[in-house]
Ligand binder design. Structure first.
Ligand code: C5J
Length: 222
């Protein structure tokens, strides 16, 4: 077992043999200048700040043999998996499926929907394309984790209060122990990130635990 004695809200133990890392939606459209996130009026430099730590987290988990799963929020080219209730939200200058600076916005196979090169999947790492905010909705993720005997999930990625938090709640409902790496997740809204971290670990880790990358690395003796 590996123990993070200083995790929040209290000590977090996990068995690396039954633990996987899930990196949520580190896509060009959310993180790079000129992508969908920026067209929504967001400052993408906030998200860019976690890229080096997320890359280190990937290297740490790979070095310790943890399975790594990446997700991409994207839709089929015919948009048959995009409900109006999602497409019509907000007042962006571009909507999902529209042609944007990096191809059609959040459409599978387009440049903007791909993962940024700094944290790109390697070898046989699973990449899950998901039409929803949660990575369990309408995907094979639950089956994949069950086949591999995974019981604990370490989370990173963007955005903290949307796709990361939704997936953590889905995972918690399905019986997984969840740990979010605080400095490998980010929001366009710093107050939302702070509130989400507080919500996750409130009431005795009602959704899960949080810790920094350094705390996780120290627990692995790295
Ligand atoms: C958003 C996400 N923010 N990956 N997607 O719509 O959090």
């Amino acid at each position: 077992m590996v123990q993070i004695a200083t995790a929040r809200p209290f000590v977090f133990d996990f068995d690396p043999k039954t633990t996987a890392l899930i990196v949520i939606d580190m896509q060009r459209d959310f993180i790079e200048p000129g992508g969908f996130g920026e067209t929504l009026g967001n400052d993408v430099s906030l998200l860019q700040a976690i890229v080096p730590t997320t890359a280190k987290l990937l290297a740490l988990c790979r070095a310790h043999g943890l399975p790594v799963i990446h997700t991409r929020e994207c839709h089929k080219p015919d948009l048959s998996d995009l409900p109006d209730a999602k497409r019509d939200r907000g007042q962006p200058s571009l909507r999902i499926g529209d042609p944007g600076p990096m191809g059609r916005i959040l459409v599978a196979g387009e440049d903007g929907a791909d993962i940024i090169p700094q944290v790109y999947p390697i070898a046989d790492e699973l990449v899950i394309d998901k039409p929803g905010k949660g990575a369990f909705y309408a995907t094979s993720l639950a089956d994949h984790l069950a086949q591999r005997g995974i019981k604990t999930l370490i989370f990173a990625g963007v955005t903290t209060e949307v796709c990361v938090q939704t997936t953590m709640r889905e995972a918690n409902d399905r019986g997984f122990e969840c740990l979010l790496i605080e400095d490998a997740t980010e929001s366009y809204f710093p107050a939302f990130k702070t509130a989400t971290l507080d919500m996750i670990r409130a009431q005795g880790a009602i959704v899960g635990w949080t810790a920094t990358y350094a705390e996780l690395a120290a627990a692995f003796n790295d």
